[in-house]
Design a protein around this ligand. Structure first.
Ligand code: FAD
Length: 314
């Protein structure tokens, strides 16, 4: 029987930076990708582009740009991905959701992306106004699930398509059978990889990977890594998305709400440890939720062995 619920402990403890660095040396450079959100103001745009320029030097596999609830960032998402195409060496992946738009409107967005040179989309259902756990009420003439959106995008053009996967089950999913069946439908419709919702315990992701393997799903799944700096904010997001927050993480951040510098150092250590553990378990791709900042992601990438494409650039 498969070692289904007990992922291996790894050949070594991942709790020492020297061991992590040695493992990185042996395992080779992991591949990384970065998620950004479209900025609302000029100041935030400058912050984003500062981060993009720094992270570009790590030669990510792709960088993705989120799409706000109900299409609220439609134009800003488009502007950001179009600028990435024009001004950087990186391949952008534009997020797109089904919320509050007809199929024709969503198809127009897809055509605009293709025309702007975008060849990769992250196809998502999106959340209803009441949050991920609320009943999803599709637009009368809209796509009603990510699987339908994937099929729609493939009809428009030969996009590379990534989709969301939920290592702790989507909050609205009644069972693992439905959850995994849904991922299979997205793959059958033309998606090539799953990017995971964030999680904090390596075992959560590893158990999910084992479940998929057990069900014969071999498509790549990339862990979504959230370096936590604002613990209160992340706890809220976790409740909304169904991610559990372990007690040890709450303890790590207890009492440092007003101390952002310490929070960042703690975040770097905890996230590097998570990535290192995944890396020793054979995970070779990491997707970072950067929150439009480069420093933490850069530090963590360095610890897990990702180097600038030209040494000395950073
Ligand atoms: P789907 O795959 O359509 O499914 C959601 C759940 O519904 C499934 O897990 C399944 O259990 C259930 N389901 C689907 N079809 C059926 C069926 N036929 N029968 C029974 N149950 C079914 N949101 C945004 O608004 N903008 C973003 O840019 C964005 N980016 C994201 C990026 C990543 C990597 C992730 C993980 C999430 C992102 N989200 C984003 C959040 C996402 O929109 C929510 O998690 C949403 O609630 C589910 O989206 P999905 O694409 O997984 O939906």
């Amino acid at each position: 029987m498969t070692d289904f619920f007990t992922p291996g402990s790894g050949a070594m403890s991942a709790s020492h930076v020297n061991l992590i660095a040695e493992a990185a040396e042996k395992l080779g450079q992991p591949r990384v990708s970065f998620e950004f959100f479209p900025p609302k103001t000029e100041a935030l745009e400058m912050q984003l582009w500062g981060a993009i320029r720094k992270l570009e030097q790590l030669a990510p596999s792709f960088v993705s740009v989120t799409y706000g609830a109900g299409g609220s960032t439609r134009d800003r998402t488009h502007r950001t991905v179009a600028r990435i195409v024009k001004e950087t060496t990186m391949k952008p992946a534009a997020h797109l959701t089904c919320v509050g738009a007809s199929r024709a409107e969503v198809d127009d967005v897809l055509r605009d992306y293709w025309t702007a040179g975008v060849r990769h989309v992250v196809a998502l259902r999106g959340d209803p106004a009441g949050g991920a756990g609320a009943m999803f009420d599709p637009h009368a003439s809209g796509y009603s699930s990510a699987a339908e959106l994937v099929a729609g995008a493939k009809r428009i053009a030969d996009f590379e398509i990534s989709v969301a996967v939920h290592p702790e089950k989507h909050p609205a999913s009644p069972s693992w059978e439905i959850e995994i069946g849904n991922f299979k439908r997205k793959l059958d419709a033309g998606a090539t990889r799953g990017i995971s919702q964030f999680f904090f315990d390596a075992d959560t992701f590893l158990r999910f990977r084992d479940r998929l393997a057990h069900e014969g799903v071999s498509a790549p799944i990339v862990p979504g890594i959230m370096p936590v700096t604002n613990f209160r904010g992340v706890r809220k997001m976790a409740v909304a998305s169904g991610a559990s927050v372990p007690a040890w993480l709450a303890r790590l951040f207890d009492g440092i709400d007003d101390d952002p510098d310490t929070r960042r150092l703690v975040a770097a250590a905890a996230t590097a440890e998570l990535c290192a553990r995944l890396s020793t378990e054979g995970v070779e791709d990491f997707h970072f939720y950067t929150l439009n900042r480069a420093d933490l992601t850069l530090a963590i990438c360095r610890i897990i062995g990702v180097r600038a494409s030209k040494e000395g650039q950073l």
